[in-house]
Design a protein. Structure first.
Length: 327
């Protein structure tokens, strides 16, 4: 009997030693299927899925809210999370005033906050770094020109939604300029603003190409859809051999699924889209939930954590997105 009692006590001790499970809420910017995020091709559904998948191996129960890009909804979601008594709230919403109210509601209830891409009071922030992403793209274009077009006339072109997404994409464009000028300090750079409509690329680029029949072009596309539109326009004009394109986002439109056409792929090393700077919005859950757990365990976290942007090309795309992940 004494031995049996000891076994029971050990079992109870083992059960008590199991790690506590936490309830974590994620309030997404929007889950409208036609709305893309952060000037990339990713949607709110991609973000939500990344959190759901990442939580499977963590002591976390996820609760999801959709802020609908609406301030009242964002506040109502926070109040619902308070009523549910979640342990931590991850807020992804663009409006500073609404975020301030959300912070007040949650802190009054003793709920920790983690912000995504937009500050929420002084809560820790996880964010993309558009300026650095642009620098990576510009540096890649400059290195390509140094290898391939040494001594030839070269110009830079920025193409995409340069104003419609506010300071974020303008920072991306500024970064491309900075990265490119490290290699070509005096290079001429022209901005072609599509205002968020890749269908405008053909007309904008057509006029530009007609005025520059003998110039090599280094194209910084602000997103992958724009990069593909630029490639098509260059091919239609017979100028594909005169251009190199680096994009931003690395969404499925360029690296593809198993049955998709893949622009960035080891079997397509001759593409004029030489790479795309990864934003990894489809992996946010895997980056953000570990930060949330550190906060919940009372461990320090940095006030600002940035995405580790990388240039992804045909040479390394399978390291970032293995074929098994594309099915």
């Amino acid at each position: 009997m004494a031995g049996a009692a000891a076994v029971v006590l050990l079992a109870a001790a083992g059960a008590g030693a199991q790690e506590r499970r936490y309830t974590v809420a994620f309030a997404n910017l929007t889950e409208e299927p036609t709305v893309t995020l952060e000037g990339t091709g990713f949607t709110g559904r991609d973000l939500r899925e990344s959190f759901a998948l990442a939580a499977r191996r963590l002591p976390v129960e996820m609760v999801f809210y959709d802020n609908e890009r609406n301030n009242r909804r964002a506040v109502a979601n926070a109040e619902a999370a308070v009523a549910r008594r979640v342990d931590l709230y991850i807020q992804y919403h663009a409006d500073a005033a609404a975020n301030s109210i959300v912070a007040d509601r949650l802190r009054a209830a003793g709920i920790r906050i983690l912000a995504v891409n937009y500050p929420v009071a002084d809560a820790p922030l996880y964010t993309a770094d558009n300026l650095e992403a642009g620098r990576i793209a510009g540096d890649a274009l400059g290195r390509f020109a140094a290898r391939t077009w040494r001594g030839q006339a070269v110009e830079g072109v920025l193409v995409g939604s340069l104003t419609a997404n506010g300071d974020r994409v303008s920072e991306r464009a500024r970064g491309v300029e900075e990265g490119l000028r490290r290699h070509r300090p005096g290079v001429r750079i022209t901005a072609l603003d599509t205002h968020g409509n890749p269908a405008q690329v053909g007309a904008l680029l057509g006029k530009f190409l007609a005025a520059r029949p003998a110039v090599k072009l280094l194209v910084g596309a602000m997103d992958d859809a724009t990069a593909l539109a630029v490639k098509n326009a260059l091919e239609a004009a017979g100028r594909a051999a005169d251009a190199a394109i680096v994009s931003h986002g690395l969404d499925h439109s360029v690296h593809g699924g198993v049955n998709d056409r893949k622009e960035i792929d080891p079997a397509n090393r001759g593409s004029i889209v030489i790479g795309s700077v990864a934003f990894y919005l489809d992996r946010y859950g895997y980056e953000i939930l570990p930060l949330a757990l550190r906060m919940l365990r009372g461990e320090p976290v940095p006030p600002r954590t940035v995405t580790a942007h990388r240039l992804v090309t045909a040479a390394n795309v399978f390291l970032e997105y293995p074929p098994s992940d594309m099915n």
